[in-house]
Design a protein around this ligand. Structure first.
Ligand SMILES: NC(=O)c1ccc[n+]([C@@H]2O[C@H](COP(=O)([O-])OP(=O)(O)OC[C@H]3O[C@@H](n4cnc5c(N)ncnc54)[C@H](OP(=O)(O)O)[C@@H]3O)[C@@H](O)[C@H]2O)c1
Length: 297
């Protein structure tokens, strides 16, 4: 049996469908009864808890062979910080897994995560990787680029941007490169790595089959959605200055994407690795962005 955190999120829910097909048993940590019902309806066990609350995890991991740790946040709020979720949460989970006698842990980090990053999201994901490496358990870590599929946060936000007003606004030049991969390829890679008894590779850094700019992704999405609007590039400083207003308006409508200053900065740095990473690491060729986005839309 595997114990999963973050099973109700975008990646986690796709993982559950894949595990269901494979007949792999899992127990999922969820945050409330409603989410528990969703997980149970798919034939998995659910336990209620929050990784930032050590007490809520007590006894819940017992009997698991491997802990699959997917929880992550991309924005801090007034109530929760990156440190609390990525650091304290991972620490709590590791302590509980060790006391339950679990021998193996998987951590979903992110491409570019690094303890020396000046971006808090990437820095705290990097620190969480270190905690996992030092846990004493066998470990494997995924560091994927942008993951695309039905329900992913990136596509949902871009859909909102595309539907707002007569022009499409892009923060900065839009020339930053990404290496998006489909969530189906992520789950395929996960299952290959899960079943790998050898575990020669511990850290898997990977992305899809292209290095593609933000502008190119936008153009493909507009074509797929039948939208034809001019693209207007805005200076980052100007977009940042508009965040308080967008946040305020966001309280009244879900049409405006909520974006933080750090996310705008991350949008300006390339998020790419070896173009053949998935062939090399998992032995298959991932699908291109166009195919992945069609399914996501
Ligand atoms: N999506 C991408 O493109 C991408 C790329 C690279 C890496 N990643 C990493 O992949 C992981 C999953 O991403 P995602 O896109 O699936 O995120 P997501 O859709 O936001 O899902 C996050 C999951 O974490 C759970 N969660 C959040 N805080 C929690 C807490 N304190 N205690 C317990 N559960 C908590 C959420 O539960 P609720 O359902 O209750 O909210 C949800 O199940 C993250 O670690 C992310 O950093 C994602």
């Amino acid at each position: 049996m595997i114990f999963i955190t973050g099973a109700t999120g975008f990646v986690g829910s796709h993982l559950l469908k894949a595990l269901q097909k494979e007949g792999i048993e899992a127990r999922c940590l969820v945050r409330n009864k409603e989410k528990a019902r969703i997980v149970e309806s798919l034939g998995f066990e659910a336990v209620i808890g929050d990784i930032t609350d050590r007490g809520s995890l007590r006894g819940k991991i017992r009997g698991a062979r491997v802990v699959v740790h997917l929880v992550g946040i991309i924005q801090e709020t007034q109530d929760i910080t990156f440190d609390q979720v990525h650091l304290e949460g991972t620490e709590n989970l590791i302590e509980e897994a060790l006391s339950a006698g679990v021998r193996e842990i998987f951590y979903q980090s992110a491409l570019g995560a690094d303890i020396n990053s000046r971006h808090k999201y990437l820095q705290t994901k990097g620190h969480a990787e270190e905690l996992v490496k030092l846990s004493g358990m066998d470990y494997w870590i995924f560091k994927p680029s942008l993951i695309i599929g039905p329900g992913d946060g990136f596509t949902e936000n871009i859909k909102k941007v595309l539907s707002l007003g007569p022009v499409v606004t892009v923060p900065g030049t839009g020339n930053t490169k990404f290496q998006p991969l489909s969530v189906d390829d992520w789950t395929r890679a996960f299952l290959i790595a899960l079943k790998d008894g050898d575990r020669q590779i511990k850290t898997y850094e990977f992305g899809g089959p292209e290095h593609i700019t933000y502008n190119e992704m936008l153009r493909i999405m507009m074509k797929e959605m039948g939208i034809n609007k001019p693209i207007v590039h805005l200076p980052i400083g100007l977009v940042k200055a508009g965040i308080p207003l967008a946040t305020l308006l966001g309280r009244f409508t879900t049409k405006i994407p909520r974006v933080t200053s750090e996310q705008l900065d991350l949008l300006q740095i390339d998020n790419i690795t070896d173009i053949h990473s998935m062939e090399r690491l998992f032995g298959f060729t991932p699908e291109p962005f166009r195919a992945a986005i069609k399914k996501a839309l």
